[in-house]
Design a protein around this ligand. Sequence first.
Ligand code: SF4
Ligand code: SF4
Length: 179
Amino acid sequence: MSDICQSCGLCCDGTLFVSVPLEAGEVDWARGRQLPMFEKEGVSFFRQRCACFAADGLCSAYDSRPAACRRFRCHLLRRLEAGEVTENRARAAVEQAKQLRDRTTEELPGDESLLKRVDAFVKSLGDSKAPPDGALLAFRREKRQLISDVVVLSLLLQQEFRGPKKDGQSDGKTEGDRL
Ligand code: SF4
Ligand code: SF4
């Protein structure tokens, strides 16, 4: 495992993804670990935050982790390995994302992945095209810091960790199934 990954874990803790697809032969692996699962269009997924993501920030099932986890390399890791970003810049991006994750997690407690909670929070802010009523304006004022954190975190995740998607490219883990 890369050094940078050992200090990160954003692709396992529900910040970047809400679920991970399983190959047919991996379903028993997930069942054996009592990972919450769902099925869509014949594919099984387990939900994040992954229960195998341990308190020390490492994968407790590293040697037997699913193929999607083995394949996955975020945009930041790929650029680091290609020499397109420095180690310092990569570490700074991870630290900034973790600080924003921690502050956002504190403000939006719950059992679901942070990504889902952020989605729900953004929806609660209302339709940006409709004129906000007094209660909504007061809510937005009260949550100003959280709104700022959510915006910066989302941009950071997109630019540094997800990156531009090429046609046919699969990350292995998926954020598509927010069920
Ligand atoms: S998000 Fe990227 S840097 Fe962080 S653990 Fe996953 S692959 Fe490694
Ligand atoms: S199995 Fe391991 S690598 Fe895969 S999501 Fe869970 S903690 Fe991360």
